[in-house]
Design a protein around this ligand. Structure first.
Ligand code: ADP
Length: 190
């Protein structure tokens, strides 16, 4: 198995590049944001709980997303590897993921960290809000709250994997193709 974390703040391009990467490398895409939005649209109890946090730009509680990822890993035993997008977002999630992967005799091989300035993030998210139908992209206050959550709780995840020398920084501003090429170069070096 070959497992990647695509890491970066909201609006850094994780969703866009994930699509390209899973196509090229045949990985199973696990996006906690997508999984949560699917729970919301199916109006499950988990979705209803998660929506309260997401609407405010806050992180959903760790146990909720860890449970979702745990069952996604169990339901994809044939995967050649996983691409984690938007997960882990806290150190507790990173520790839980390491344990879950260890149980499957595998690990995270590389964390690709997209680097994008805050001004560019806000611009992109507001732009996406015009067409995405995502309510958390239309309100600048919610966008700033998400970036604040990232700085407060998520950026430490890079330090966590940095201790195992697994983090590769990738310039996240530029053309989608150039960024994709930079990501692939790093993966091919692994
Ligand atoms: P973005 O990265 O652009 O904010 P996502 O789709 O990854 O978009 O996440 C949308 C929202 O879903 C987040 O603001 C957060 O509320 C929730 N969420 C997604 N993944 C996680 C996670 N791993 N832990 C906690 N909350 C999460």
């Amino acid at each position: 198995m070959f497992n990647i974390i695509l890491f970066g703040p909201p609006g850094s391009g994780k969703g866009t590049q994930s699509e390209n990467l899973i196509r090229k490398y045949g990985l199973k895409h696990l996006s906690t944001g997508d999984l949560l939005r699917s729970e919301i649209s199916r109006q499950t109890p988990l979705g209803t709980e998660a929506k309260n946090f997401m609407d405010k730009g806050q992180l959903v509680p760790d146990e909720v997303v860890i449970g979702m990822i745990s069952s996604a890993l169990d339901t994809n035993p044939q995967a050649v590897g996983f691409l984690f997008d938007g997960f882990p977002r806290t150190e507790a999630q990173a520790e839980a993921l390491d344990k879950l992967l260890k149980l499957k005799n595998t690990e995270i091989h590389v964390v690709l960290a997209l680097q994008v300035s805050e001004g560019e993030l806000v611009k992109r998210l507001l732009g996406r809000g015009l067409t995405s139908g995502r309510s958390d992209d239309t309100n600048e206050e919610v966008i700033r709250a998400r970036i604040h959550e990232y700085n407060k709780k998520t950026s430490v995840v890079a330090d966590y994997y940095g201790r195992f020398d697994k983090v590769k920084k990738i310039e996240g501003e530029g053309s989608v193709d150039d960024i994709f090429t930079a990501l692939c170069k790093e993966i091919n070096l692994q």
